[in-house]
Design a protein around this ligand. Structure first.
Ligand code: SF4
Length: 262
């Protein structure tokens, strides 16, 4: 079987804008799932609301497209009712960290055996380009026309602090690394969180001087700081530029988890 067999071909073409990064992340996730050899009838996809949350609609398996921010509440119910199922959640930065923020920290704290893939486009794409909890300082959105003044959440730090067993961050540029990270998350019992920074040409890019999709992808590449390099810089006392973000496997541990397969 190939990862393409997981797609509902009759639902294509998709609704994503030209140049959107979400498709790359969905491909990476399905490729990792395919490598796991999971059966479709034992796998459930859950999402909330937003561009990222359209993903389960294109996948040939049982799915729940739920209410805004509540994907993790529904996914918790699915997993606790039947721990034998594989449960994967697709979400975005607004869905996960704003409306669903409490569900996020408590799912991490409970360390429920779910894999969460967050497509972080750093803005609300579907609903009009409003600033989200991850919009960087100074960036423009429809609610921050003079530049965002609020400190953004570091979603990976949040997941780690709240108790998730596996946490990693990559971008839509890092296709192979992301695929491996999702696979590692699927293999780790407990709560796995994979953040994927993505380009959103329609809501974020055109407001923030990324006129070409490639410009934004190049920005993601050139501002990624490998965790190993970050650690060396910290050891040597070297200053880390404020506009860089750390990528790589950030947490892997074995806290007691809930909902693990019998
Ligand atoms: Fe993708 Fe942004 Fe368009 Fe949504 S608004 S489909 S995130 S490019």
């Amino acid at each position: 079987m190939s990862f393409e067999d997981w797609y509902r071909q009759d639902r294509l073409p998709h609704i994503y804008c030209a140049g959107c990064g979400n498709g790359t992340i969905i491909n990476c996730t399905l490729a990792a799932i395919d490598q796991m050899g999971w059966k479709k009838e034992e796998t459930v996809f859950v999402s909330g609301i937003g561009c990222s949350s359209r993903a389960p609609g294109y996948i040939l398996a049982d799915s729940l497209h739920t209410t805004h921010g509540r994907a993790l509440a529904f996914a918790t119910g699915v997993k606790m009712a039947n721990p034998g199922l594989n449960v994967v959640v697709f979400t975005g930065d607004g869905d996960l960290a704003a409306i669903g923020g409490n569900h996020f920290i408590h799912a991490c704290r409970r360390n429920i055996d779910l894999t969460v893939v967050c497509m972080n486009n750093q803005i609300y794409g579907m609903t009009g380009g409003q600033g989200s909890p991850t919009t960087p300082i100074g960036c423009l959105s429809s609610t921050t026309p003079f530049g965002c003044a609020e400190t953004p959440f570091d979603l990976c730090e949040l997941a780690t602090a709240a108790g998730a067993n596996y946490v990693s961050r990559w971008t839509s540029y890092h296709v192979k690394e992301l695929e491996k990270a999702v696979r590692a998350g699927l293999e780790t019992p407990g709560f796995s969180f994979i953040e994927a920074l993505v380009q959103c040409p329609t809501a974020f890019g055109r407001r923030n001087k990324f006129r070409q999709v490639a410009d934004h992808i190049e920005y993601l590449r050139s501002h990624s700081l490998l965790k190993a390099k970050r650690d060396r810089m910290l050891e040597s006392g070297e200053k880390i530029p404020g506009d860089m973000f750390v990528v790589g496997e950030l947490t892997r541990r074995h806290r007691p988890a809930m909902g693990v397969k019998p």
